[in-house]
Design a protein around this ligand. Structure first.
Ligand code: LIP
Length: 281
């Protein structure tokens, strides 16, 4: 077995264990909403106790299994390693869905080469995105393929822009959202429809699986996309930014050509990556 496939199986094992922890928490609360522990970039950008507990669990398991690797997690930041490989973790991608008990949230575990804090400098090599509420599990290993459960993924031919179902998302801050709403008014009349699923990882896995045709969003971080981007590229899709840039917090666009190029062209015309809220999350 290749090293990347071994890492993929580890990612799957710990993401599933994290999923069980989340579901146990749900059962123990008997349908009550989880408690918000703190907020980050805005009062609606929440952290729950479960975000922290899941990240702690993932970090513990990785320290046991692969002590030399670095770890970058949404909640606890970067711990540098010595192997040139870094695990990039989003313990619950789609935290607001989790808070409201909407099933569209996922545990995202990716392994990357390069520096995951620098857009364009990192490449995912192994990945698992696990959706605890449905049991869906996407896995991928570089050069080996991607899967939903045991079904190998391969993108179907993409429709033209006017027929495309496009996923997107919105940041947590008011100014960023004002810019995203402006861009949305330019995109919505040009596509079949828009979906706001609430988890960037599930959006990208949706494109890989064919439940979305494309996805774009401004303001996503490496932990939101590291694992799912490999699921998509191994299924034959691609991700990019605008104006030749790599995917970054400024913009991530995902699909396959020719739809990807059409959406990039439209978003570039709309200056979707250059509104004044550039640095806002
Ligand atoms: C969230 C995403 C969501 C996006 C938000 C945010 P979180 O991640 O995946 O789809 O629109 O901007 O980044 O905060 O739930 O981990």
């Amino acid at each position: 077995m290749s090293d990347f496939k071994g890492a993929m199986f580890l990612a799957e094992q710990i993401a599933r264990e994290a999923g069980e922890l989340i579901l146990r928490g749900e059962r123990d609360r008997f349908g009550e909403r989880p408690e918000v522990e703190s907020t980050k970039s805005s009062p609606t950008d929440v952290v729950t106790a479960m975000d922290r507990a899941v990240e702690d669990l993932l970090r513990r398991r990785l320290a046991e299994a692969r002590p030399g690797d670095g770890v970058l997690g949404e909640e606890a930041g970067l711990e540098a390693g010595t192997t040139g490989l870094t695990w990039v973790l989003d313990p619950i991608d789609g935290t607001v869905n989790y808070l409201y008990r909407i099933p569209s949230y996922a545990v995202s575990v990716g392994l990357v080469t390069g520096d995951p804090t620098v857009p364009g400098d990192w490449q995912p090599v192994a990945a698992c995105v696990h959706q605890p509420a449905t049991g869906d599990t996407w896995t991928a290993a570089s050069g080996e393929g991607s899967w939903l459960g045991d079904r190998a993924l391969r993108l179907s031919p993409v429709p033209e822009l006017s027929q495309a179902l496009v996923g997107t998302g919105f940041g947590y801050r008011q100014q960023r959202r004002t810019g995203q709403a402006r861009v949305l008014t330019g995109v919505l009349p040009k596509v079949r429809d828009i979906r706001r699923i609430g988890s960037a990882a599930l959006d990208l896995c949706g494109v890989a699986t064919g439940t979305l045709d494309a996805y774009y969003e401004r303001g996503v971080n490496a932990w939101d996309i590291a694992a799912a981007s490999l699921v998509l590229t191994e299924a034959g899709g691609a991700l990019c930014g605008l104006r030749g840039a790599p995917p970054s917090p400024e913009m991530v666009v995902a699909s396959a050509d020719p739809l990807l190029s059409s959406l990039v062209e439209l978003l570039t015309e709309l200056d979707a990556d250059t509104d004044p809220a550039l640095t806002e999350g």
